[in-house]
Design a protein around this ligand. Structure first.
Ligand code: GEK
Length: 251
């Protein structure tokens, strides 16, 4: 598994390669520029999860409904959803509150020639309008939302979802067991080392994310999804401390 070099056309992420003062991580222009390389080398399973979002969308999209990608960044999961949708009658909306991400996302969407139209909104997912949904994706986005507002967001999504519709929720998680937390964190850091990040890059990025990315346990996710109105949660993917779940709107 050598992913040290960026894929063709991608810029190498060296944002934390030199010693620098601690600052909270932000989705600004410098991050948007290297984002495809950053997320591929930082999130175990990302390159498996993206194509599976297409497979899952294809299974659960309903005729005439809306599909949402909340926290779409550069549109990797938006494009996966697009390719899983029937050619007509549905709406696909990507939402992100980072202007730098949305600007670049427009470019990637335009390069793809699938006939399904895509609407991009530069908005806060806590405020954006959601209705008549069949498939909604939160691919590593909920972890950046204020924990106190997560139930409100999930409740709004559940209320806006048709019976039989699905939420695809991917998150970095934490573990109640200290031993498991230590093991999974160490393996995640080994994954980053194997992908060419130095110890300095790993520790500076970790500290920049500390107040910004707040992981929760699988139990916390399950309980909140249920409280929000979803049922039958299923973890369909896990690699170390990164998981992807499905949660269904009951009939
Ligand atoms: C992918 N899903 O490639 N409102 C709107 N956008 C937000 C908010 C918010 N409140 N909070 C964070 N974001 C993508 C990857 S990245 C995950 C998602 C990561 C946006 C933020 O601007 C960023 O683009 C995205 O959520 C999170 O499949 O970097 O680990």
């Amino acid at each position: 598994m050598n992913q040290r070099r960026p894929a063709p056309g991608q810029s190498l992420d060296t944002l934390y390669a030199t010693d620098q003062p601690r600052q909270d991580f932000r989705f600004d222009e410098s991050v948007a520029r290297v984002f495809p390389d950053m997320i591929r080398r930082s999130v175990p399973g990302y390159t498996t999860i993206i194509p599976m979002i297409e497979v899952i969308t294809e299974q659960y999209v309903q005729p005439g409904s809306r599909c949402y990608d909340l926290g779409c960044s550069l549109g990797a999961s938006t494009l996966a959803m697009r390719h899983g949708m029937p050619a007509s009658g549905c709406t696909l909306v990507g939402v992100d509150n980072s202007p730098a991400m949305i600007e670049r996302c427009k470019h990637y969407i335009a390069l793809d020639d699938h006939p399904q139209p895509v609407t991009l909104r530069c908005e806060d997912i806590l405020e954006t309008d959601i209705s008549d949904a069949s498939v909604t994706t939160l691919n590593f986005t909920l972890q950046f939302v204020d924990p106190a507002r997560r139930v409100e967001l999930l409740t709004r999504i559940a209320e806006a979802t048709r019976p039989g519709g699905v939420l695809i929720l991917s998150e970095k998680i934490r573990f109640d067991s200290q031993a498991e937390q230590a093991t999974q964190t160490r393996l995640h850091h080994e994954f980053k080392r194997a992908n060419g990040y130095s110890d300095l890059e790993i520790s500076q990025k970790r500290s920049a994310l500390e107040q910004v990315l707040i992981p929760e346990t699988l139990d916390e996710h399950r309980q909140r999804l249920e409280a929000a109105g979803f049922r039958d949660m299923a973890v369909w993917y896990q690699c170390f401390n990164f998981v992807s779940m499905l949660a269904f709107k009951p009939d």
